[in-house]
Every structure is written in structure tokens, then in C-alpha cells.
Design a protein around this ligand. Structure first.
Ligand code: DQA
Length: 146
């Protein structure tokens, strides 16, 4: 099983960026944590972080036929991007939406998620652990289908 871990804008600045919202761990720490978890669970993972909406759309399109699942934190594009929603709908790859912070308790504009309707689950406010839970959900989904 092969999963794509896709992170959107400004998540490369984890650790330095609003630590009260996102904690003090860096993007590298996040990647290492997910890679260790994936290894322990026996799944392959690839990582991509981009600040560019089109690059994220390209990554979702190119995931078709390559990945069995996507863990997606679209960051700010969550709240604006019909293009990401359409890409997810086009490829129909099981996807879990993750947010490090609890977006449900933040500004009104963060309550809207365009991508949510194309995702099998959404995890908010569990910090970096949310990504590991998303990996586990995708493994569970694949096992249920097998
Ligand atoms: C975020 C929440 C978004 O509202 C914000 O724009 C981010 C990060 C999170 O992980 O909590 O960049 O997706």
C-alpha cells in the first residue's frame, strides 16, 4: 500500500509559524514522525509540500493509479479551493483531510472546507498525531475493501 502525504501552503514553516496554533515541531519532524509510523504499519509513503495551488492539483492528478490513499492538509486552500475539490473528485482516491489545529474553534472563514465533501474523513485539532490517525484510517479502509 502506498500513500501520498500532501501538505499545502505555509506548512513548510511549521515550528516557526504560530506555535500556539501548530506547536513547535518542524515540517521535518512531521515527515519523520509519519515515515516512522508508516514503516511500523508496513506502508509506503511519499511526501509533498507546496505553497502553490496548481502544484497541489497536479500532485492529486498524478496520484491517480499510483497511490492507494492521500492524507491531505490543504492548509489555507481548504477554505478557498474548488480546484482541489474537483481534482479529488476526478481521481476518486480515498482521502483523509487533516488539520493540525481545531479549525472548528477558530475564525468563521476556517469553518468552510471545500475539499471535505470529497474526503472520507476529517481530523482536526489532534496536532501532528492527526496525520498518523489518517494513515491508520486509510489502512483500515483498504483492509475493509480487500
Ligand atoms: C491548517 C488550518 C488552516 O486554516 C490554516 O490556513 C493552515 C493550517 C491546520 O493544519 O490547522 O495553514 O490547515
Amino acid at each position: 500500500m502506498k500513500l501520498l502525504i500532501l501538505n499545502g501552503p505555509n506548512l513548510n514553516l511549521l515550528g516557526q509559524r504560530e506555535p500556539e496554533q501548530y506547536g513547535t515541531g518542524t515540517y521535518r519532524d512531521l515527515v519523520d514522525m509519519i515515515a516512522a509510523h508508516a514503516k511500523a504499519r508496513g506502508v509506503e509513503v511519499d511526501f509533498l509540500q507546496s505553497n502553490h495551488e496548481g502544484a497541489l492539483v497536479d500532485a492529486i492528478q498524478e496520484a491517480y493509479g499510483v497511490y492507494d490513499g492521500i492524507v491531505l492538509n490543504p492548509a489555507a486552500y481548504t477554505h478557498t479551493s474548488v480546484a482541489l475539490l474537483d481534482a479529488l473528485k476526478a481521481v476518486r482516491i480515498p482521502t483523509v483531510e487533516v488539520h493540525i489545529s481545531d479549525v472548528s474553534k477558530r475564525e468563521a472563514f476556517r469553518q468552510v472546507s471545500y475539499v471535505r465533501e470529497a474526503c472520507m474523513a476529517t481530523i482536526v485539532g489532534h496536532g501532528f498525531r492527526g496525520y498518523l490517525e489518517a494513515v491508520d484510517l486509510l489502512i483500515g479502509e483498504a483492509e475493509a475493501k480487500a
